[in-house]
Write a protein that binds this ligand. Structure first.
Ligand SMILES: C[S@@+](CC[C@H](N)C(=O)[O-])C[C@H]1O[C@@H](n2cnc3c(N)ncnc32)[C@H](O)[C@@H]1O
Length: 280
């Protein structure tokens, strides 16, 4: 599925095309990972986050990108070829659910707008915790689960004369196929926030910082209610730190609290490649 849409992704979201990436996402991730040296970009796509980190973090940052889409990775390699001798990220094909790295290989991991497309978020988070060294940082960036889930959005009711932001069914977990552009349909898994924070806490990855940036004004140019939309974040960026506790019961998570919300098992996304298949 991401192979089919790799060109759309590149044209719409990279190289300055998207104000949110330019003003919020790229600098925000770099700020959260400042001080890290061995960084994994999980679901790197065509590599814009990895390249930005190498440009902006002090040497000797080594950045490895992994993605399951062949076409996204081909674009990432093309971009590397244009770096003309500057440090370039390393890329490999693989799945976040089965990372091909030894335990504690990285002191920074970023997963930017990826986990909504992963079928098995628990496996991805387990793997992040495994490859992150003690003291390391994990930056998880998602479409805001509370405000941007399926059924959420601006309602401009001309009959009642009300304009408001509707929140969809927050606790219901599921996958929705959304037409995000003409001819581009992508599955988004909605999960309540506890489905990310609690499994990470079980692995001693503790939430230490959050960003909920206001949308850039450029994106609201055609909004019927820009002031309202300005107060509704599209993104949620969370930084977790790996702080292994001494042996004994967790002070952070009680037994049986892995999932606090009642939720329905999501339908499978149909974009998962069979092992060895070339589509991503
Ligand atoms: C929305 S793009 C984001 C790309 C990149 N993180 C960025 O911010 O520019 C999502 C990417 O995640 C990748 N992806 C989705 N699920 C994945 C998984 N389970 N393992 C590895 N990559 C995955 C897709 O192939 C796609 O390239």
């Amino acid at each position: 599925m991401w192979d089919r849409h790799a060109r759309w992704w590149q044209e719409t979201f990279t190289d300055g095309a998207d104000p949110e990436y330019e003003h919020e996402i790229l600098p925000g991730i770099a700020a959260e990972l400042s001080g890290c040296h061995r960084i994994l970009d999980l679901g790197c796509g065509e590599g814009q986050v990895a390249r930005y980190l190498l440009r902006s973090l002090p040497a000797p940052a080594a950045v490895v990108g992994i993605d399951r889409s062949v076409a996204q990775l081909a674009n990432a390699q093309l971009a590397n070829a244009q770096l003309a001798g500057d440090p370039a990220p390393h890329y490999l094909r693989g799945e976040g659910e089965r990372l091909p790295f030894a335990d504690a290989s990285f002191d920074g991991v970023v997963c930017a707008l990826v986990i909504e497309h992963a079928e098995d978020a628990d496996a991805v988070l387990d793997e992040v915790a495994r490859v992150l060294a003690p003291g390391g940082r994990f930056v998880l960036l998602v479409n805001h689960p509370l405000l941007q889930g399926s059924g959420s959005g601006l309602v401009d009711d001309q009959i009642l004369g009300e304009t408001y932001w509707r929140v969809g069914p927050y606790l219901d977990e599921g996958v929705t196929w959304e037409e995000v552009d003409a001819g581009v349909r992508i599955p988004f898994a909605h999960r309540p926030l506890s489905r990310y924070v609690n499994p990470l806490a079980e692995h001693d990855l503790l939430l230490v910082h959050m960003r909920e940036p206001a949308p850039p004004a450029e994106l609201l140019a055609t909004s019927v209610a820009p002031d309202l939309e300005q107060s509704i974040p599209r993104l949620l960026a969370m930084r977790f730190e790996h702080r292994p506790r001494a042996a004994g019961p967790s002070p952070w998570v009680g037994a049986g609290t892995r999932v606090e919300a009642t939720y329905h098992r999501p339908e499978a996304c149909d974009d998962r490649p069979s092992r060895g298949a070339s589509d991503g």
